[in-house]
Design a protein around this ligand. Structure first.
Ligand code: NAP
Length: 488
């Protein structure tokens, strides 16, 4: 292994973080973390058992009262310090992320900047939580409205953005005064463990932030979700797992935030600036190897420009370089594992069997690692599985439409509603579309819109709650109303 990679791995903690201490699992078990570009094991990490998870909740519950009473400015300064420490170590974070997740280094650096920015944003929000004092309509009483930390939280994160998904939850929870147990994805725990180490350096007190990597997510988090001391579950991942967690959370009437799967439509109208639409499509499709909940999943292009759009997009897609993300000049890394690569290929095969044409790409790349050729498909039937299921890979299916009504109907014909994209230069259409499209977010003439200062989240089966923006901290606050007689 490259010496820089090895020394980074040697420096990253691989234990459980519980009550401010790095520990082995109580069972002594560990599990392996692989490099998806080679299929080789990078290292092993401690494998939390249900008992370890309970110890982490014990620590979070014990720290909650004092943490809630800690001055907002102090909490904000810790977040600010963490932002600075991560920014200073951006190269380490990026390399580690590339090694365990696969995205190319420039993209990993982008995620480090994006992920750190949540900490800076919430450092500024920590001191802006306000309640109110209000006269009742009949004048006979007064309302005092407090906003208090909701309490100990369980934060479950996915593998595709191992830093940003942790910081946008933990940053908001810390700002609000909540303690937490973080369960990172088993495929990418290392970035989260390095993040936890930095949080300790930044001054997060023992017990406030606990991390429990585990190879058995359900049996480890289940007892926490059933424990009355837990007050909040924030989950980012698939809709399928989200539904299971919502069912479990219902037993305990737990506050929940759910950032679930997507199936983003990308609409290109004949009046669009086609160069901008092609560039936006590249960004919305290929960012993160297509493994993003915000990835454009279905391209609906108006008939007069469909041929031209497909040609130009395919030209640029074909020029992308696929390889291990640590190498210079690589645009697209491997998919996360063999199962994901096989799933992507099955979707392409199904579309082709139904009459789609492969304009470029269309198959796995041979050799070690889970690479897939960036692919453009045209003439895709609207009901092909590639258009109805989340692809999570570098495949762009293009479907032609005639009218705006048809485009809107196609865009909305999904149980998901995370994000949509639309390219048009018609002002009225641009103003109509946000009112007609069923999604939590819309990129209007823009292929990437995620921003820590904006509310991220979906409608329909893409979830509930918002992360980032002014709204992000609300997810971690409980409202308390105190009724008082009129002083007059
Ligand atoms: P996933 O399989 O749902 O896993 C997400 C997390 O949940 C992982 O930490 C996983 O642990 C854990 N998990 C799995 N089963 C569980 C259970 N029964 N109980 C408790 N935790 C459980 O999703 P993924 O494949 O990692 O991530 C891809 C999905 O995330 C996509 O659908 C994508 O759209 C979605 N996503 C959504 C957003 C958003 O903001 N809306 C952002 C990013 C990703 P293990 O690692 O051990 O399986």
């Amino acid at each position: 292994m490259d010496p820089r990679e090895q020394s980074l791995l040697d420096a990253v903690p691989t234990g459980l973080l519980i009550g401010g201490q790095w520990r082995d699992a109580s069972t002594g078990a560990r599990f392996g973390v692989d490099d998806p570009a080679t299929g080789q094991q990078l290292t092993t990490v401690a494998d939390a058992s249900p008992a370890d998870a309970m110890a982490a909740l014990d620590a979070a519950a014990a720290a909650q009262e004092e943490w809630a009473a800690t001055a907002p400015r102090v909490r904000g300064e810790i977040l600010r310090k963490a932002f600075e420490l991560i920014t200073a170590r951006a190269d380490d974070f990026a390399l580690l992320m590339t090694m365990e997740m696969g995205k190319a280094l420039p993209e990993a650096r982008g995620e480090v900047a994006y992920g750190a920015e949540f900490l800076r944003w919430f450092s500024e929000e920590a001191v802006r939580v306000a309640g109110r004092y209000q006269t009742a309509p009949d004048g006979k009483s007064r309302f005092l409205v407090l906003r208090k930390p909701v309490g100990p939280c369980l934060l479950i994160t996915p593998w595709n953005f191992p830093l940003a998904m942790a910081t946008r939850k933990a940053g908001a929870a810390i700002a609000a005064g909540c303690t937490m147990v973080i369960k990172p994805a088993k495929l990418t725990p290392l970035t989260t463990l390095l993040f936890a180490q930095v949080m300790l350096e930044a001054g997060v007190p023992a017990g406030v932030l606990n991390v429990i990597p585990t190879s058995s997510a359900g049996s480890t988090t289940g007892p926490l979700i059933a424990d009355p001391r837990l007050r909040k579950l924030s989950f980012t991942g698939s809709t399928e797992v989200g539904v299971t967690l919502l069912q479990q959370a219902a037993e305990n009437v737990l506050r929940t935030s759910m950032e679930l799967g997507g199936n983003a439509p990308f609409l290109v109208f004949a009046d669009a600036d086609l160069d901008a639409a092609v560039d936006g499509a590249l960004a919305a499709k290929l960012r993160n190897i297509g493994e993003a909940c915000t990835a454009a999943n279905r391209f609906y292009v108006q008939a007069p420009v469909a041929e031209e759009f497909s040609r130009r997009l395919a030209e640029k897609v074909a020029a992308k370089r696929v390889g291990r993300g640590t190498e210079d000049g690589i645009d697209i890394g491997p998919l996360i594992d063999e199962r994901s690569r096989d799933k992507v290929h099955a979707l392409v095969t199904d579309a082709v069997a139904r009459g789609a044409r492969v304009v470029t790409g269309g198959g796995p790349v041979s050799g070690p690692g889970w690479f897939y050729q960036p692919t453009v498909l045209s003439n895709v039937p609207a009901d092909a599985t590639v258009a109805t299921e989340e692809i999570f890979g570098p495949v762009a299916p293009i479907i032609t439409f005639d009218t705006e009504d048809e485009a809107v109907e196609l865009a909305n014909s999904t149980p998901y509603g995370l994000i949509a994209y639309a390219y048009t230069t018609d002002l009225n259409r641009a103003l109509r579309l946000p009112e007609r499209i069923e999604s939590g977010m819309l990129g209007l003439n823009s292929g990437v819109i995620s921003n820590p200062a904006a509310p991220f989240g979906g409608v329909k089966q893409s979830g509930m709650g918002r992360e980032g923006g002014f709204e992000g901290i609300d997810e971690y606050l409980a409202t308390m109303y105190v009724g008082i007689p009129s002083p007059f």
